[in-house]
Design a protein around this ligand. Structure first.
Ligand code: HEC
Length: 480
């Protein structure tokens, strides 16, 4: 399979990741996270995961046990989904629950299919706020545990069990400590038991505010328990009302985008998305997939604002859509997505940044034949750097890879963002529904699409200079 070897990417020492991981889950760390799976770390999970590396070292020769070595890994990287109210099919909270799945756990973990994290761990940026992937050591521990007969060990070694937020609760509420400032609800949609993909795009009146407000966080919450099973992805966009004669319509604001595995965005402290004053409408775009039983779903979008009158230091565009198909500018969008039976396709696209920018996140979107998407930066000085490569893309997951604050790509004016997508329409693609078909652009999962949602904040020159100087100073400090 073709890799992105054309790009120059920084290869990281995987051993170094263990350390940053321990730092990442330390309970004292401030919480400016977006994406999935962070809420329970904040909800007082303690620092058990940080201890697991130490425990693993001490037990290097002995067979790992569930209680001492495996349970901490499950707590940190699996249980958020694998608990009775989670989105996974089985609970992995206790030895009794996990033991029957040992073979399957070994298989999924060794092949890096679980936990879902499809980024290439060998190239590009490796510091992400929502990284739940296992280190090579952790994978090795799980494999050796199963190979040794999946022993329980001494229950006295078990870490404290985690407490999970209620399944129908706002995850962001658990993190920010307060309920949303306003909630928008879609009108109900009836998803049939069996059939093709379904779409629902209700548009609702929005009263609005008298003055501009700034969004700090937003969460997309399908109904529980059945709505979360049928909602594949969706978003909600706020559009200003028809402007008066001679006035311009304010730009639309994407409140939040959701995909399986990604429900919310929390912007870093001091960064906000501007909500123009006045009334408007909220338009939902919901993509449902039938699951064998009838489901009626209502989606709620919760929005957390900065306090009235507070203007955050930096205003972000949030997640913006970047097409990755070559011809959309001249012709119909994506007319160059044409994948032969048993064949592959690679498409590239590039965008010249006419202003400096800071990137917060990268979320590729393709459908069932999509297998890889990467983003690289070609700097004005000619350097080319691979930023992120999702080389095991899986349509069943829509994960936003959210950069750590100090790892966010800082791009000068004139940088070219280079995006590259790859599709595999052969039988080797595990989720290919039919390799005998020609595949073209379309909204169904069996058709194809190609774009990236990139969290981007445009900067003025002074802001860029200031950030660049701060980074340079930090680097100088580190190398002393
Ligand atoms: C973000 C949510 C999420 C996380 C985190 C997660 N899983 Fe899963 N897991 C799922 C979902 C959903 C499925 C069912 C769909 C599928 O098979 O991919 C699944 C399926 C599985 C299966 C296959 C079950 C079967 O039917 O054979 C295994 C085994 C598994 N997970 C183990 C793990 C382990 C071990 C971890 C942590 C190292 C983990 N998962 C982390 C959501 C998650």
């Amino acid at each position: 399979m073709a890799k992105v070897e054309r790009f120059v990417g920084g290869v990281r020492d995987p051993a170094a990741r263990g350390d940053s991981r321990a730092a990442r889950v330390h309970p004292g760390r401030p919480l400016a996270v977006a994406g999935l799976a962070a809420a329970w770390l904040l909800a007082g999970a303690g620092d058990a995961p940080a201890q697991s590396g130490v425990a693993a070292l001490a037990a290097a020769d002995a067979a790992p046990t569930f209680s001492r070595d495996v349970a901490p890994i499950l707590q940190r990287s699996c249980q958020h989904c694998h608990q009775p109210a989670g989105i996974a099919p089985m609970s992995l909270l206790t030895y009794r629950e996990a033991r029957p799945w040992a073979r399957s756990i070994r298989d999924r973990v060794a092949r890096r299919l679980m936990p879902p994290w499809h980024l290439d761990p060998t190239v590009g940026i490796q510091d992400y706020k929502n990284d739940i992937s296992l280190t090579p050591d952790e994978i090795d521990t799980v494999v050796r545990w199963v190979d040794a007969g999946a022993p329980q060990g001494d229950p006295a070694d078990l870490p404290e069990p985690l407490a999970f937020p209620r399944a129908d609760a706002w995850e962001v509420e658990a993190i920010l400590g307060r309920p949303p400032d306003f909630i928008v609800r879609s009108t109900p949609y009836h998803v049939v038991a069996n059939g093709q993909d379904q779409w629902w795009s209700p548009e609702l009146e929005f009263e609005g505010f008298d003055a501009p407000r700034y969004i700090r966080a937003a969460e997309f919450k399908p109904s529980y328990p059945l709505g979360i099973r049928v909602t594949h992805h969706g978003h909600a966009v706020l559009r200003g009302a028809e402007p008066a004669e001679g006035e311009e319509r304010p730009p639309s604001v994407r409140l939040v985008g959701m995909g399986i595995g990604k429900r919310w965005d929390i912007l870093p402290d001091g960064v906000g998305k501007r909500l123009p004053p006045g009334p408007g409408t909220v338009r939902f775009s919901l993509h449902y997939f039938p699951v064998g039983e009838e489901v009626t779903d209502v989606v709620e979008v919760g929005v957390w604002l900065y306090p009235e009158g507070e203007v955050p230091a930096r205003v972000t565009a949030g997640e913006r859509q970047f097409y990755v198909d070559g011809t959309h500018r001249e012709r119909l969008r994506a007319s160059d997505i044409l994948i032969p039976p048993h064949g592959h396709l690679v498409l590239e696209d590039q965008y010249v940044l006419d202003r400096p920018a800071l990137l917060q996140s990268f979320r590729p979107h393709m459908h069932m034949r999509g297998t890889e998407m990467s983003v690289a930066a070609l700097y004005p000085d000619g350097r080319r750097e691979l930023l992120s490569s999702v080389n095991r893309y899986d349509h069943n997951w829509q994960i936003a890879y959210v950069y750590d604050d100090d790892a966010q790509p800082l791009l000068p004016r004139g940088t070219v963002l280079m995006l590259r997508a790859k599709w595999d329409n052969t039988a080797a693609n595990r989720i290919n529904p039919d390799p005998d078909q020609w595949v073209v652009f379309g909204a169904r999962g069996v058709d194809e699409m190609s774009h990236a949602w990139i969290g981007i904040t445009y900067l003025d020159d002074a802001e860029y200079e200031e950030l660049a100087a701060a980074r340079a100073a930090e680097r100088a400090n580190e190398s002393q």
